[in-house]
Ligand binder design. Structure first.
Ligand code: ZN
Length: 466
């Protein structure tokens, strides 16, 4: 991954990366800076049509006024949108910015030190922002440190809702030991670094959950079933017992937050939902029964569509013969997924879930944007990555949610000024937000050319209109 060229200009415009510092400084200023977008068509995060010919006034880090008429703002910097689309910054509900091994998860234990991991994570944060993501919910690995460094302006990146350590059973999807390591806490690097927590019993879950919240988690992530890109765990494994899930939900409740569960099978999803889990991650065997329980419980389905891609077997993390075999059986079992989502219409959030190198993640991001729209339509993709995703972020509650001045993922008065200005209409042409219809063959790129402005928290990080 290379640093986007346009980024350099953006950083200057934003008075250097330290421009993200000012939440505290800004409060001391008499009048917060204003930026007025004129002549824009708005995608608000939900509607299936654009509001045309609008003006949007940003004051400080929030959207102050939206109007179809002129807005009086004499001191504002004016940006003429010339009929471009103004939309919410994208939200990736399931990133792993710390989990960027060239060969996936095994690299993280065996081949990368904390320095490698931290520096790669900084690059990943910058990549996601360059791709138009102004917020990520990090579902395992990254913790409060990443958010602090971004919010303090030390590195550029999206807002981060971290889950901290994955909580899962030994031998499960988040166990990154090798066969020779005993089951002693701290033997594995990823446990020592707080990236994963191997738990046996409800007491262990309680301890890990409390540690995560202490370290800055905004929600918990549990590994309920096995996965594909890992060595020991059958993907069919229903790995956490009811009392273990209940322990995670109880601690999350204490903090006014919630639990998301990595869950593939129908049994696992039903168990998780019954125990109070609010987001089902992946959920590939989703069906009408799961949909009904989700609706009753106010839960969300969050899924990456690259799992349904024909070229999936080519990714680095799946080259071990053991994972290749798991993939075959999984793909056969998951074949009704797309049809079931179309039929039962769950509240659906967008995710990338890349655990590869930054180079590969850049391509996966582009392809995921396209593939989601290909399966469910452009409007579904946009809503899943903005309005609906913002609802999921809000599940973190008022206490643990670090961003409570306004909603995220929508263009409305009082919302955070997390804004993209893009050429064209993404409801008609999803490529304008950087969607690409090929995966591994996609060209390398420096950000997305048609995303002309990226604003997060009222600060412009990219502007190719000037
Ligand atoms: Zn994941």
């Amino acid at each position: 991954m290379t640093f986007p060229r346009s980024w350099a200009a953006a950083a200057v415009l934003a008075a250097g990366t330290l421009a993200t510092l000012p939440t505290a400084l800004r409060a001391q200023e008499a009048a917060p800076p204003q930026i007025l977008f004129t002549n824009v068509n708005i995608f608000d995060g939900y509607a299936s049509t654009l509001q045309e010919g609008m003006s949007v006034l940003v004051e400080g880090n929030l959207i102050k006024t939206i109007s179809s008429g002129a807005i009086e703002a004499p001191g504002a910097k004016v940006i003429d949108g010339s009929g471009r689309t103004l939309m919410p910054g994208l939200i990736d509900l399931h990133s792993h910015l710390l989990a960027s091994g060239d060969q996936g998860l095994v690299d993280i234990e065996a081949n990368l030190t904390w320095e490698d991991l931290a520096l790669r994570m900084a690059g990943m944060a910058r990549l996601w922002l360059a791709e138009g993501f102004t917020t990520v919910r990090d579902m395992g690995g990254a913790c409060g440190g990443l958010r602090r460094q971004i919010d303090q302006g030390i590195i550029d990146g999206p807002r981060v809702y971290p889950s901290c350590a994955w909580i899962g059973p030994p031998g499960g999807h988040s166990d990154m030991r090798n066969y020779t390591m005993p089951q002693t806490p701290g033997v594995s690097q990823v446990e020592r670094l707080g990236i994963t927590a191997n738990v046996n019993g409800a007491e262990d879950v309680t301890a890990a959950a409390r540690q995560n919240f202490m370290q800055g988690a905004t929600q918990l992530k549990i590994m309920q079933t096995g996965g594909v890109a890992s060595l020991f765990d059958p993907w069919q494994l229903n790995g956490l017992n009811e009392d273990e899930i209940a322990a995670a939900v109880a601690i999350a409740d204490n903090y006014g937050s919630y639990v998301g569960a990595h869950s593939y099978t129908k049994d696992a999803m039903l168990r998780a939902l019954q125990m109070g889990v609010k987001t089902i991650e992946h959920g590939f065997m989703f069906d009408g029964d799961v949909a009904a329980l989700m609706e009753e419980k106010g839960a969300y389905l969050v899924t990456q569509m690259t799992s349904m891609a024909p070229g999936l077997a080519e990714i680095g993390a799946l080259q071990d013969p053991r994972t290749a075999y798991k993939l075959q059986t999984a793909q056969a079992a998951f074949r009704d997924y797309v049809e079931h989502v179309r039929a039962f219409t769950p509240k659906f959030g967008f995710m990338i879930d890349c655990v590869g190198s930054p180079e590969n993640c850049e391509k996966q991001i582009a392809y995921e944007k396209w593939l989601h729209a290909e399966f469910f339509g452009n409007h579904h993709m946009l809503k899943a990555a903005t309005g609906t995703a913002g609802e999921v972020l809000a599940l973190s509650g008022d206490v643990m949610n670090p961003y409570v001045e306004g909603p995220i993922g929508v263009i409305q008065e009082g919302a955070y000024a997390d804004i993209l200005l893009v050429d064209g209409d993404p409801l008609e042409d999803i490529s304008v937000i950087g969607a690409v219809d090929t995966w591994f063959d996609a060209p390398d790129r420096d950000g997305v050319e048609t995303i002309r402005i990226i604003m997060k928290d009222g600060v412009i990080y990219k502007n190719t209109l000037d």
